[in-house]
Structure formats: structure tokens, C-alpha cells
Design a protein around this ligand. Structure first.
Ligand code: NCD
Ligand code: ZN
Ligand code: ZN
Ligand code: ZN
Length: 446
């Protein structure tokens, strides 16, 4: 008798959907088989003919805990994750206290272990002023480091190319990727001053102050430096053609780069931003239709490896001040609740295949963290992190249905088709039919 059997599903195995189920014992998949061959179990979940996939992983979330629990905490953040079909997330090291020290990491780990519903990786923060703790943070199990080429967060800023070489070399000496927010601060400063003189204060003013060239120069420099020292670079939230092209060239030359984009760059443009105002303000900003289309090509041809939400919860007040002056609003929006329904809708429309979606949201993220195929795959011996999706179910995205504490979305009113209906984390059902049924503290440090 095993702990759990999931039966009557369509399982994605080697690229095709196969009728059957799987057996789970001690949190691990022990058998994948046709229903009649499944053993008896303490618990049985009938998938009702729906699609059974490896649990999704979001490598780029900002849970604000500790620091700003009024925006989000590890319970509400992982509830949004579970509801959205994610069995694992990777939490960024900003902002307060930055995860640049042993104390900060241990405190965050303790907080998360008490509250998390799904598994979580933690990233170390690094930058020009914070390289000494890298070794100690590696020993404590961080799976990647993050730095900003902008100066937004002093402790996480890498402020010169020399220092970027240094950080890349050090992080890669431990075999870990360096995640980079790539926008060039000198261009941002210059453009913001120009915009300031025009008196513009709306969505466009912010978008114009962060032009694609700022991302192109930073991304290109990051790729060049990573290539030079042979490091593994993870380029966060690629939003525009020139940065995408830079990745394509670098991959051709053999640079080790993992490229990420987000649903908002794939589904929205700055035109939408003009209506959404501060609720569409994020860094990098929303771009043009041609950028958006190029990103889809990049997904299909393998230039982009990972899609993440860049889940950035803020309070309503922190966004609403931006209706008057966009520069006063905080940048970023939550996305965990909505990413998978939005992307499954695109699978239904034929923009990408289901297999590709699983690669972008399970396989590649797990490989990036060095935990594949323990996670990111449905194989014998893999963790029983499983997401069941109903590809035919239709819904409308509504703020009040979100689990994130920051009940806001760029996608209010969007019609979606394809909904996660169950999320299992190491064999425990944590979400069923949009209800959170897991216990805080089930989520483990990965
Ligand atoms: C992020 C945040 O506020 O934490 N904001 C954003 O616009 N994406 C920081 C970041 O990842 O750049
Ligand atoms: Zn048992
Ligand atoms: Zn960023
Ligand atoms: Zn981010």
C-alpha cells in the first residue's frame, strides 16, 4: 500500500499524453502505469481524465518576507503559487534586509519554513559591496545569486564591469548561476532627466525613461563578461528585441546563458500600459508589439529558456500614488496566480505546445537550479510535485479571486482557457479546485 495514487489522468510522458496514473510513496513517484496496474493506496486522487504534469516552478518571485509583510508574506505568496499550479518557487534577495549575509539568509529560511505551502529555493544577494559572503551563502544552500546592474538596491548593485567580472567569476567558481537584472543605469539616469524636462507624468514617461537600448547595453555587457570568464549567466525578464538578439548571438558562440521572460512581456504592450497606468509599471517596462512578437519566436526557437512571473507584490497605496506621477509608484506586479492560466490559454491557441510549456515552467527551471530530475520531471524517483490542469476549463481573471496579498493584476478581465485544478508538493495535495488545502510549513527549503 502506497501513500497516494493519482489515477485516470492524461500524463505527459516523452512528449505525448498517455492515459494512466502514478503511485507515490514517501513523497516520491514510485510507479507510472495504466490504471489497472496501479497499487492500492491510502489516498486516491481521481484526475477525471485531466492532464497531469510535472509541478511548475517559478524562478523569480519577490515575497517581501521578512521586510514588508504588508505587501506579501511566505504564506500568501506560496498560496498564490499553489493556486497558480506552482509546486516550487525561487525567492529573490531584495529588498529588506537584503539576503546578502548568513544572518539574513537564516532568518528568511526560518520564516519561510514556518509559512510556506510549496517548496522554495532562496537566492543570495551579491554586488560590488557584497562578495565576501558568497562562500558562506553557498554553504547554506543558496541555488543562485542575484545582482542588479541598476543602482536601485545599493547592496545588490554591481556598479562597474570590472566588478561584474569579479562577481561572475566568484559565483561561477561554485558552479552556480548569476541572475542579473540588466538595465544600464547611466542611460536610465540620462533619459529620466530628459523625460523630467518634458513634464510628462503618465505611464509613457516611465516607459520612455527606460528605453530598449538601456536593456540592450546591459544585457550585452553581461553576456560578454559571462562569456569571458566562462560563467553561467541567468538573464532576468528579457523584454525587447535587441536583448533577445544579444542572447541569440551569445548562445551561438557557446556562452552559458539561461534567458527568462515573463507573461506580461508576452501578452501586453505599452499601449495596454497607458490604460493600466501604475498597475502596469514594471522594470523593464512593457514594450511594443514587435518586441512581444519576437519574444514568442524566442520561446519557440529555444532562445528563451524560462518564463517566470517576476511576482512583485505592492500595496494598493504604493501603486495608486502613481496615477498622479508614475515615478512615485513602485515598480512591479504580482503574477503567480495568473501565469499558468494565461500561458495555457496560449497553448490552447496554438502559440506554443504543451510540451514546450512544461519545458519552460518545469524542466528548464529545475535544470537551472541544479535539481533536475528530482524536480521538474515525472520520472520514477522524482519528487511527487505534480500539477493537474484542466485544459478545457474557462475563467475570467478577477482581482478578488487572487491569493496574493496584493490583490492586483495587469490582466483583470482577461478570458483564460486552461486552469490548474490541483497542485501536489512531494505527494501532498496543497491546492484543489482553487482551494488551499495544504498546511503552512509543508514547503521545504530546496
Ligand atoms: C522588482 C521589485 O520591486 O522587487 N521590480 C520590478 O519592477 N521588476 C525588482 C526587480 O526585479 O527588478
Ligand atoms: Zn502507506
Ligand atoms: Zn528585475
Ligand atoms: Zn524581479
Amino acid at each position: 500500500v502506497v501513500d497516494l495514487v493519482i489515477k485516470n489522468g492524461k500524463i505527459l510522458l516523452e512528449g505525448s499524453l498517455t492515459n494512466g496514473g502514478l503511485a507515490v510513496d514517501n513523497g516520491v513517484i514510485v510507479l507510472i502505469a495504466k490504471d489497472p496496474k496501479l497499487p492500492s493506496a491510502d489516498k486516491v486522487y481521481d484526475a477525471g481524465g485531466k492532464t497531469v504534469l510535472p509541478g511548475f516552478i517559478d524562478l523569480h518571485v519577490h515575497f517581501r518576507d521578512p521586510g514588508y509583510p504588508e505587501r506579501e508574506d511566505f504564506f500568501t505568496g506560496t498560496a498564490a503559487a499553489a493556486a497558480g499550479g506552482f509546486s516550487c518557487v525561487g525567492d529573490m534577495p531584495n529588498p529588506r534586509p537584503p539576503t546578502t549575509s548568513v544572518e539574513a539568509l537564516l532568518e528568511k529560511r526560518k520564516t519561510a519554513e514556518a509559512k510556506a505551502l510549496v517548496d522554495f529555493a532562496l537566492y543570495g544577494g551579491t554586488g560590488t559591496k557584497n562578495i565576501l559572503a558568497i562562500h558562506a551563502l553557498v554553504r547554506l544552500g543558496v541555488r543562485a545569486f542575484k545582482t542588479y546592474m541598476t543602482s536601485t538596491y545599493e547592496d545588490l548593485a554591481t556598479t562597474s564591469y570590472g566588478s561584474l567580472l569579479d562577481v561572475l567569476e566568484l559565483v561561477s567558481s561554485f558552479g552556480l548561476p548569476l541572475m542579473v537584472h540588466a538595465e544600464d543605469q547611466s542611460i536610465l539616469d540620462f533619459e529620466k532627466e530628459k523625460v523630467g524636462k518634458t513634464g510628462l507624468k503618465g505611464f509613457k514617461a516611465h516607459a520612455n525613461s527606460r528605453p530598449p537600448i538601456a536593456e540592450e547595453i546591459a544585457a550585452t555587457s553581461a553576456l560578454l563578461t559571462a562569456g569571458y570568464v566562462g560563467a553561467h549567466l541567468y538573464l532576468c525578464h528579457i523584454s525587447c528585441v535587441p536583448a533577445l538578439e544579444a542572447v541569440r548571438r551569445a548562445k551561438m558562440k557557446g556562452v552559458r546563458v539561461t534567458a527568462e521572460t515573463c507573461p506580461h512581456y508576452l501578452l501586453l504592450t505599452k499601449k495596454d500600459g497607458e490604460k493600466l497606468g501604475p498597475y502596469a509599471k514594471t522594470n523593464p517596462p512593457l514594450r511594443s508589439r514587435s518586441d512581444m512578437e519576437a519574444l514568442w519566436t524566442g520561446l519557440r526557437d529555444g532562445t528563451i529558456d524560462v518564463v517566470s512571473s517576476d511576482h512583485c507584490p505592492y500595496t494598493k497605496e504604493e501603486k495608486d500614488v502613481g496615477w498622479e506621477d508614475i515615478f512615485d509608484a513602485r515598480p512591479g506586479m504580482p503574477g503567480l496566480d495568473t501565469s499558468i492560466p494565461l500561458m495555457l490559454t496560449q497553448v490552447n491557441r496554438g502559440s506554443i505546445s504543451l510540451e514546450k510549456l512544461v519545458e519552460l515552467y518545469s524542466g528548464n527551471p529545475a535544470k537551472t537550479l541544479g535539481i533536475y530530475p528530482k524536480k521538474g520531471a515525472l520520472l520514477i524517483g522524482s519528487d511527487a510535485d505534480i500539477t493537474v490542469v484542466d485544459l478545457a476549463k474557462e475563467e475570467v481573471i478577477k482581482r478578488d479571486k487572487l491569493y496574493t496579498k496584493s490583490k492586483m493584476t495587469m490582466f483583470e478581465g482577461f478570458k483564460v482557457k486552461g486552469i490548474p485544478i490541483a497542485t501536489f508538493v512531494r505527494g501532498e495535495l496543497v491546492m484543489q479546485d482553487h482551494e488551499i488545502v495544504g498546511k503552512p510549513g509543508h514547503g521545504k527549503f530546496v
